[in-house]
Design a protein around this ligand. Structure first.
Ligand SMILES: Nc1ncnc2c1ncn2[C@@H]1O[C@H](COP(=O)(O)OP(=O)(O)OP(=O)(O)O)[C@@H](O)[C@H]1O
Length: 367
């Protein structure tokens, strides 16, 4: 996919790190990213995600680097714009709020840093986007982890950045706090017109928030593309395992209140999901984990599973677990992944090109 020049982020960094007693690390990435929506930077621990983000921020200086954000060059062979001059917001794993200032005081501090004066409308919009009106007078120690992060995000936005960088903003939160803050992050995706680079190694977070994904392995870019495209691959080490699964985009087309079910059209395929109150017409993302997909030769009418789709085998890849395989399936124009035992593969004599029925045990709505 080629992105129009001036509306994208061009980043090229080569950085070698040699620390005493540690194996050397090299980041070697050259990429062009869309300057809109959320780009997730995904990979195992130590793959270089934070290093890449720090290079974008100018907190780390690559030995060789080029960075252009929507036509503005921040780094090339001749110049290196220092971090404080880069119009960016940075949200860290642990919110770095000033403890002696209230949430409001922390926000005011950011406003002073903004190049352009922040209008009261902008202030109100950001405060309301993050839902922090009721807590503005509190000090950081009086806030929960999730609330602190929401204030930290608001603070990052108030400097009116051209790009928002987030480094595992949910990593220090427990699951309940994480679930509480995720809807706010999802709102950011739809309400902001600046690009967000979002570092995470949590597949569920990325499935929910990202539009675009870049995958790093040992400092190298091994895959990049639209979320559903990258998540439909089975050849990426970072994505294979228990959480492997396709992400489909869909729209509610029917509801059956009696059974608490909603029918979601994903391209030419329809899936029944739990009705969580979304109106007909609501767009949503569905995550179909490979372990929830099984295969049969016939439609298996007697099965209790409501979601059955005709599919064709695209390819078969060994899983990290020696007993399992990952099978990519074409379902109309979309890709589904099934995780089966090698034994079933052998018993059913499955091969590329065969037509089968996929039975989907469970579909998660990730919105
Ligand atoms: N300050 C440092 N000094 C020496 N080595 C470092 C330093 N910071 C990171 N590294 C090493 O550089 C490599 C890349 O680290 P980086 O933090 O970018 O990875 P990551 O993908 O963000 O990992 P994680 O998910 O664990 O945060 C790792 O091997 C790490 O051990």
């Amino acid at each position: 996919m080629s992105i129009l020049s001036g509306t994208s982020i061009h980043a090229q960094f080569r950085l070698t790190r040699q620390s005493k007693g540690l194996a050397p690390f090299e980041l070697d990435v050259a990429t062009e990213l869309p300057a809109q929506g959320v780009t997730a930077i995904f990979g195992h621990s130590g793959s270089g995600k934070t290093t890449f983000l720090r290079c974008v921020a100018g907190l780390e200086r690559a030995q060789s680097g080029y960075l252009e954000i929507e036509g503005q060059v921040w780094q090339d062979a001749k110049q290196f714009m220092p971090t404080h001059k880069r119009p960016l917001g940075y949200v860290f794993q642990e919110s770095s709020l000033f403890e002696h200032l209230t949430a409001f005081g922390n926000l005011k501090f950011a406003i002073k840093r903004a190049e352009e004066p922040t209008s009261s409308e902008d202030f109100d919009r950001i405060v309301s986007l993050m839902g922090i009106e009721p807590i503005l007078s509190r000090y950081p120690k009086q806030l929960s982890g999730g609330e602190r992060q929401r204030v930290a995000i608001a603070r990052a936005l108030l400097i009116q950045p051209r790009i928002l960088l987030m480094d595992e903003p949910l990593a220090s939160l427990d699951n309940a706090r994480k679930q509480e803050i995720l809807p706010y992050l999802a709102k950011l995706r739809t309400s902001l017109d600046i690009p967000i680079l979002y570092v995470s190694h949590a597949v569920d977070e990325i499935a929910q928030l990202a539009d675009h994904v870049m995958v790093l392995e040992s400092g190298k870019l091994v895959a990049q593309g639209a979320l559903s495209e990258v998540f439909s691959r089975t050849d990426l080490r970072a994505l294979s395992g228990f959480d492997t699964g396709a992400v489909w985009q869909g729209q509610v087309i029917e509801r059956e209140p009696q059974w608490h079910l909603a029918k979601v059209a994903c391209g030419a395929s329809n899936l029944w999901v739990r009705d969580v109150g979304d109106e007909v017409g609501t767009k949503m993302r569905l995550r179909i984990l490979a372990r929830d997909v099984s295969l049969s030769r016939s439609e298996a009418d007697e099965s209790s599973i409501v979601n059955r789709l005709p599919v064709t085998i695209l390819d078969i890849t060994p899983d990290q677990d020696a007993a399992m395989v990952l099978i990519r399936l074409a379902s109309a124009e979309q890709v589904l992944i099934a995780r089966l035992t090698k034994r079933s593969l052998d018993t059913m004599q499955l091969a590329v090109g065969q037509s089968l029925w996929a039975q989907i045990k469970s579909v998660a709505i990730v919105r």
